[in-house]
Design a protein around this ligand. Sequence first.
Ligand SMILES: C[S@@+](CC[C@H](N)C(=O)[O-])C[C@H]1O[C@@H](n2cnc3c(N)ncnc32)[C@H](O)[C@@H]1O
Length: 335
Amino acid sequence: MKNSPIPRLDRHPELRQHLLKYCRLQPGEIWRDPSGKHRVGCLDAANPSHIHKLMAEERATLAIHDPPYNLVAFDERELFEYIAWCKQWVENTDAVLTENGSLYIWLGADQTAGFQPLPDFMIMMRGTPFRPRSFITMRNQRGYGTQKNWMAVRQELLYYIKGEPNFNIEAEYTDIPKILRGYYKAVNGKVTENFERSKSQNIRAGNVWVDIQQVFYRMEENVNGCYTQKPLKSIERLIRASSQKGDLVLDFFCHAGTTLLAAEILGRRCYTIDLDPIYCEIAIRRLEHFRATGKTGWQNGNPFEEEISGDGELQSMLHQQQEMKTDERQQMEIF
Ligand SMILES: C[S@@+](CC[C@H](N)C(=O)[O-])C[C@H]1O[C@@H](n2cnc3c(N)ncnc32)[C@H](O)[C@@H]1O
């Protein structure tokens, strides 16, 4: 069995730098899918002219954004700066969303710093044309901070709308069978039990999602090199609920290209961008890999396998990193 993962690229700047030469997009450029469906741009979400370049006169019915959460120390900005930056890409989204459109935003809350930036972001959103519709929590299986606190397992997802977009309720049903019987209600004079009244034998996801597995290295959809990949199933649920076949879906922070892939699988079009040429390349390769193999990621491999096998310098760099990892592990075992 092949086993050639690469480490998180954000933690290995020299590896990232080395892989840049294999990326087809330079900052400012856009990849157009030969089949005419999708676009991937190496563009800045907060720059109105970049978004105009991506969209021209086209409009999307749905946007799913997963920005950096302002939680990672080296990437952290002053809160007011972060919120001003968010306001800019929300305005850019508004400019290219149809009159009846849906906007989903994944965001975090730092429990060690006043829960920033979630509440600040929500307040900022009150000053935009978007209306709040739901506040979803997705439960991760693995958490952190388990010894002296409640284990942190939540991922927040905000749902906003503009106008009156469609909502496909069928998309909301999970694979979990209903077990609670006996909730009686009179309908047209007849007493009915909840199973008789419901559309499905399964429960609805509601605004607390407990049925989605967090991406980890043993899953087919895992993309080695990436570090904040959202589960395909979560994005598919949003696309099914808030768009129709053929619609255009937007994602301003593509990273592993999850929205792009979900759109391909569900017959939607997707225009997506990332500031970093590496993640643009990974997203394009993930789509191409899926089209060629039907696979949704690289469980035991990585998006740059071919280049790595022909590049001695790159191989020794990865080898050194693997040795370093083993050394670190041995030291941890000693102490
Ligand atoms: C949290 S990740 C998105 C994860 C994605 N949903 C997935 O499933 O893989 C955020 C991404 O935003 C990108 N990014 C940061 N600032 C950006 C900006 N101003 N414009 C576009 N992309 C940006 C980062 O390079 C990173 O890849």
